[in-house]
Design a protein around this ligand. Structure first.
Ligand code: RNT
Ligand code: ZN
Length: 430
């Protein structure tokens, strides 16, 4: 019996698929060349349920939550690096790694306002060794100064100042990443501040947030090293009635201060989709960041699946020719399944959806639309759904030197048995 997954049959299926796509005017090899150059920024926090490496790490706060206790989560920097290296080895293409401030290597207890590039030197060395770009995030949560739900918009100037110092320190770390790697770091500001119940004053906290951010961003940093981004949100756990950094707040802030806007797929009303927002905000902003995530009924940060919305996000970026203006980041955290598998599934889906979008005859679709031939537009869009996309994906994995089909899962299962299951659930600080 022939092995369907052997290299020759993958290549043969690819050849046939290339011919099929050519009949629609799609250049498959051109698409693969383009895909190779698109990095996805993989978030560190899927690896350990947003725990980080602070000495006196607090419970996860800020209105986000991780559920699940699948064994084997990374307990220290070595384990996290080993896990993400395993994930990288199962992903076609060259990608980035996205760190949060709580993931520094702190030899002595270091408060958030005291962090600096020295705490991330190990990550810089690691990124240089593995030739990956780094992105960064200040951490405005899981801290006693964030315990009442307010940080940069806090009514108390002392607390605000503490977090302003954290923001300033974070941009310096982003700058150090960008300079050391000769590759700009996107430093993304997500500030959880908000009200559980109806506020009496929505304006004042917003004024305080803007003023705090202005202080943080006062120092010019070259965009060759660091790009600031601000992330909006509709609601969180404990901030159901009003989030200070709302969409309108940050759209205006990003526009007036020349910042990137971060659109997180889980941060809007469940009937709203970020795929429809990309072309709108790019009318006015040069660049944006996406947090590709999956909300299930709410901002639940489920692992990204190959959903209609994921495909729509990729289509919008590719159809609009926005690949150079959209920084692609992932944002999900699931503790109920193997965490390396979660990274691999979510990231492979992101890459797959970009590939599918690159295999569209977009010129033809646009032509039908301009001519008002919506019948043909719909017919072709539906036809595309059963084109031999999987054969192209398998081939891309094969030539990228990563497992095809489900073979990556065997590698993760073996890693789980040989490495992850030997970790105890008790934290092992190094
Ligand atoms: C929270 C935001 C934010 C975080 C990470 C950990 O709702 O999406 O981006 O998920 O920064
Ligand atoms: Zn996010």
């Amino acid at each position: 019996m022939s092995n369907l997954r052997d290299n020759a049959s993958i290549e043969k299926a690819f050849q046939l698929a290339t011919e099929r796509y050519a009949t629609l005017g799609v250049d498959v090899n051109g698409a693969l060349d383009m895909l190779k150059s698109i990095p996805v920024s993989i978030h560190c926090w899927q690896g350990d349920d947003v725990q980080g490496f602070e000495h006196d790490a607090e419970e996860l706060g800020g209105g986000i939550a991780v559920t699940g206790n699948h064994p084997g989560k990374a307990r220290n920097v070595e384990e996290l690096r080993a896990d993400v290296e395993k994930a990288f080895s199962l992903l076609p293409g060259k990608h980035r790694f996205n760190l949060h401030a709580i993931y520094g290597e702190f030899l002595v207890p270091t408060d958030r306002n005291e962090i600096g590039p020295e705490h991330f030197q190990g990550w810089i060395d690691w990124a240089q060794e593995h030739k990956v770009g780094l992105d960064f995030n200040p951490s405005f949560f899981s801290h006693e100064n964030a315990s009442n739900g307010f940080t940069l918009s806090h009514a108390d100037a002392g607390i605000r100042n503490f977090w302003i110092e954290h923001g300033i320190a974070s941009r310096e770390i982003g700058k150090a990443f960008g300079a050391a790697l000769d590759n700009p770091c996107v430093t993304n500001f997500w500030v959880p501040d908000g009200f559980k119940d109806t506020p009496a004053d929505r304006g004042a906290p917003r004024e305080r947030l803007a003023a705090s951010l202005d202080e943080i961003f006062a120092r010019e940093i070259s965009p060759r090293h660091n790009l600031d981004s601000v992330e909006c949100k509709l609601f969180g756990i404990g901030s159901e009635s009003c989030v200070v950094g709302s969409h309108e707040f940050y759209l205006g802030y990003a526009l007036s201060r020349n910042k990137l806007l971060c659109l997180d797929a889980g941060h809007f009303h469940p009937t709203e989709v970020i795929s429809d927002k990309i072309s709108s905000v790019l009318m006015y902003l040069p660049e944006i960041l996406l947090h590709v995530s999956r909300g299930v009924r709410w901002d639940s940060d489920h692992v990204v699946t190959y959903s209609d919305e994921l495909q729509a996000i990729a289509q919008e970026i590719v159809r609009g020719n926005y690949l150079k203006r959209v920084h692609l980041g992932l944002d999900f955290f699931d503790g109920s399944i193997n965490r390396v598998a979660a990274w691999v599934i979510g990231t492979r889906n992101m890459i797959k959806s970009l590939l599918a979008a690159m295999l569209e005859p977009s010129q033809q679709l646009r032509q039908f639309e301009i001519e008002g031939d919506y019948t043909s537009r719909l017919a072709l869009m539906e036809e595309l759904k059963s084109m031999p996309f999987g054969a192209v994906w398998d081939y891309y994995c094969l030539v990228s030197g990563v497992p095809t089909g489900m073979d990556w899962l065997k590698v993760v299962k073996q890693y789980e048995i040989e490495v992850q299951l030997h970790r105890s659930s008790v934290s092992a600080q190094v």
